[in-house]
Design a protein around this ligand. Structure first.
Ligand SMILES: NC(=O)c1ccc[n+]([C@@H]2O[C@H](COP(=O)([O-])OP(=O)(O)OC[C@H]3O[C@@H](n4cnc5c(N)ncnc54)[C@H](OP(=O)(O)O)[C@@H]3O)[C@@H](O)[C@H]2O)c1
Length: 323
């Protein structure tokens, strides 16, 4: 084994093109850890925010971005037993470091890769899936027969919410800006797909639950589609601004505005974390809802891959192929 491995390094905060192709020193394993040779890394909107210095979690410089990946275990600490051994194909949930040839992580954070999924599909799974599940089930209490409105429905978290919402028996209405994204949402289970550029697109929608990873200008329009006593799930602000709804609008229709932090939820509340874990594992063996890959780039093209996401050109997930 060589003493170094390749990674895309953020030395300065700013646009994603600043990421540098670097060699980093390999470190030894601590108890409970495994070393994984990464074969693919998922790209997420929060990576862009973190590289720009605008994400809630700010690692010290330099750092390697990447919250999710998939690969093969190459080494385990002596105390790691039972479920994992060298050669196993796994999915990694990381607090950073996915844009690299390898990662060292705790064994209990791994998920087994389904045999019939590619490494690229597996790498694209955990962030969007846990966000959708935490939002719709844990926070949103979505029930079969309800109407779910998904904004940004052709994006990473949006498509996962469409997939899961349909599986939970909701009637899913998808909002997305291009025919390609609306087509993907339709394939994932949406029964009605709307173009937010159309005037009054919201007029005939009465949503019990709204999944909103976009915010910005879309918020005011989509809020009119929320039914009385509806639940609005605040996921993120890909559209830019964080909306500031007047409290009287909540009061008049008795609606709930619900914040969602999927990763934090599990860290803060172990029981909730255990439920998330169970749900992700069940999703992986269900053979339903495998991630839709919009594009695959090489590791050293991370800047271009992130630019595509920032330019709103990604349908589904973008993945970096490693090696
Ligand atoms: N709360 C949590 O736990 C959690 C977890 C993961 C991600 N997030 C957040 O959720 C948001 C979306 O993440 P994602 O992975 O779904 O991103 P994504 O794949 O890029 O999808 C976001 C969607 O937002 C829409 N959009 C509108 N204006 C945009 C703009 N100016 N730039 C980019 N997209 C724009 C796009 O849809 P249209 O083109 O159809 O408008 C795009 O498909 C981010 O803010 C992220 O930080 C939150």
């Amino acid at each position: 084994m060589t003493e170094t491995y390749r990674a895309m390094l953020c030395r300065r905060l700013g646009p994603p093109e600043l990421l540098e192709d670097a060699q980093l020193p390999r470190r030894g394993l601590q108890p409970g850890e495994v070393r994984v040779a990464i074969r693919a890394a998922g790209i997420n909107f929060p990576d862009l925010l973190q590289i720009a210095g605008e994400y809630q979690h700010k690692p010290s410089l330099p750092f390697v971005p990447g919250f999710e990946a998939a690969g093969e275990i190459v080494e385990t600490a002596p105390d790691v037993k039972e479920e994992y051994k060298a050669g196993d194909a796994v999915i990694l949930r990381l607090r950073g470091g996915g844009y690299a040839e390898e990662a060292v992580t705790r064994a209990e954070t791994l998920l087994p890769k389904p045999d019939d999924w590619s490494f690229e599909e597996a790498a694209a799974f955990p962030v969007a899936a846990i966000t959708a599940w935490t939002a719709l089930v844990q926070r949103g209490r979505l029930r079969a027969g309800e109407t779910l409105l998904v904004l940004g429905a052709g994006g990473g978290t949006g498509l996962a919410a469409v997939t899961l919402g349909a599986r939970l028996g909701a009637r899913v209405v998808a909002v997305a800006s291009s025919e390609d994204k609306r087509g993907a949402a339709r394939e994932a289970g949406a029964t009605l797909c709307l173009d937010p550029a159309q005037p009054d697109w919201w007029r005939d929608v009465r949503a019990d639950v709204v999944f909103d990873p976009v915010g910005g200008a879309l918020f005011d329009q989509a809020f009119r589609a929320l039914a009385p006593a509806g639940r609005w799930l605040v996921i993120g602000f890909a559209g830019g601004a964080s909306p500031a709804p007047a409290a009287n609008r909540l009061l008049l229709r008795e609606v709930e505005l619900i914040g969602v932090r999927a990763g934090e939820q599990g860290r803060r509340n172990p029981a909730a974390g255990a439920e998330q874990e169970k749900a992700l594992r069940a999703w992986l063996v269900s053979s339903q809802g495998r991630p839709r890959l919009g594009a695959v780039y090489q590791l050293d093209q991370a800047g271009a891959a992130l630019r595509r996401l920032a330019d709103r050109m990604a349908t589904g997930k973008i993945v970096l192929r490693v090696g």
